[in-house]
Design a protein around this ligand. Structure first.
Ligand SMILES: *Cc1c(COP(=O)(O)O)cnc(C)c1O
Length: 391
């Protein structure tokens, strides 16, 4: 008989009922060091006192009103995002998938608005992940996600990730947009170099194609900058944000330049929940904390500390680990065994990690993890690895 919860996940037999900072605590009181942070969502860890205070205060005022009215908290969060980024305008969603949908719609609408309605093809990349809607799976094009769900939304073409010559061949003045993650998350913490991102921006500029960056996983301080593309010194035309932006509250956003958003006039898009006062009050608090240069400097310091300790872990277990990659606290350990084996061995040491494609074990700790917890995490990973090597 089918389970009452639709069985689309292979779930570990762990039930968490509380959290404190970087720790998640099960119903029987066991404490797990959480290096997954709900897949890069809990940027400030669990039960952060300031976020709890903001949520409870807002909950006593107003939770939801329709976008038929002015929403001051939404305006405030939009102001913070516009002030901190390339963007001139923001639309709020409840998830990364919805942000992908709007990014696709906005890019196509742009060309329609420009009098070029046939300019619809969006170039995407293998290993990409943009969410689970029919549009987002068509964009990523992975066999695993699309099989049985056709017919898919047409107009996407996947290229090899990071293959600039392939992009140069494929892009033209007929291309609607290029849509890419600066660092692939689900694809296995696969980064683009600054040069590659620069080349992609230049090819978009040359042909007029819009650049859509998916920073759902890499954004909100995860890499040690507010957004990963800042390292390359480029800006997108449209950017998808979600995961970290709500610190655990379901919230997403599409950021865009005024030009890229030109077609999105009244009535062209909407959302019942997107941008509601509760989500935006929390989002604004998260932004105030995470966008602070001192906070980001700390993310980078913690990242170097963790990175250095992980090099030691790899050296100690060359049979299991190949290398470490990523940026800031978006870290991938390339494994020589199936990463799920390490995830499972980690459960026995009370540490939570996340597998990704390309044989990678993902570490996405809260951005405010303590130095002590970083040392503890690597000690637990070392024990998990030792248990697999039969030591
Ligand atoms: C998680 C993710 C999404 C989808 O976000 P949801 O909130 O799960 O809909 C899209 N793009 C990237 C890069 C992601 O990591």
């Amino acid at each position: 008989m089918i389970s009452h919860v639709l069985p689309t996940y292979n779930r570990a037999p762990l039930s968490f009922e509380r959290g404190e900072g970087s720790w998640a605590i099960t119903t029987d009181g066991t404490r797990y060091l959480d290096l997954g942070a709900g897949i890069a969502v809990n940027v400030l860890g669990h039960a952060h006192p300031e976020l709890v205070a903001t949520l409870t205060e807002q909950a006593g005022k107003i939770w939801h009103v329709s976008n038929l009215y002015q929403i001051p908290d939404q305006q405030r969060l939009a102001d913070l995002l516009v002030d901190a980024t390339f963007a001139d305008t923001v639309f709020f969603t409840n998830s990364g998938t919805e942000a992908a949908e709007l990014a696709i719609k906005m890019a196509r609408k742009y060309w329609d608005f420009e009098g070029n309605p046939d300019r619809t093809e969006i170039l995407t990349f293998d290993g990409a992940f943009h969410g689970r809607s029919t549009g987002a799976i068509a964009a990523a094009g992975s066999e695993k996600m699309i099989k049985g769900f056709g017919p898919l939304m047409p107009g996407f073409r996947q290229l090899p990730f990071g293959d600039i010559p392939a992009l140069r061949d494929a892009i033209s003045d007929k291309t609607c947009a290029v849509m890419i993650e600066p660092i692939q998350g689900e694809g296995g913490i696969r980064p683009l170099s600054d040069d590659e991102l620069g080349e992609i921006r230049a090819l978009c500029d040359k042909t007029g194609a819009l650049l859509i960056l998916d920073e759902v996983q890499s954004g909100m301080g995860r890499t040690g900058r507010l957004f990963a593309h800042e390292y390359a010194g480029i800006t997108p035309d449209i950017m998808m944000v979600a995961k970290g932006i709500g610190g655990g509250f379901p919230l997403g956003a599409v950021l865009a330049t005024e030009d890229a958003a030109a077609g999105m006039v009244a009535g062209t898009h909407g959302s019942t929940y997107g941008g509601n006062p509760l989500g935006c009050a929390i989002g604004a608090r998260v932004m105030q904390i995470v966008a602070d240069p001192e906070f980001l400097a700390e993310v980078n310091r913690k990242a170097s500390l963790l990175r250095q300790k992980l090099e030691g872990l790899i050296a100690a277990h060359p049979d299991l680990f190949d290398s470490v990659r990523g940026q800031g606290l978006m870290i991938g350990l390339k494994c020589k065994i199936a990463p799920t084996e390490l995830v499972n061995a980690g459960y026995d040491q009370q540490i939570l990690t996340i597998p990704a494609a390309d044989n990678v074990l993902r570490l996405l700790p809260p951005l405010n993890i303590s130095d002590e917890d970083i040392a503890e995490a690597v000690a637990r990973l070392d024990k998990a690895a030792a248990s697999l090597s039969g030591e």
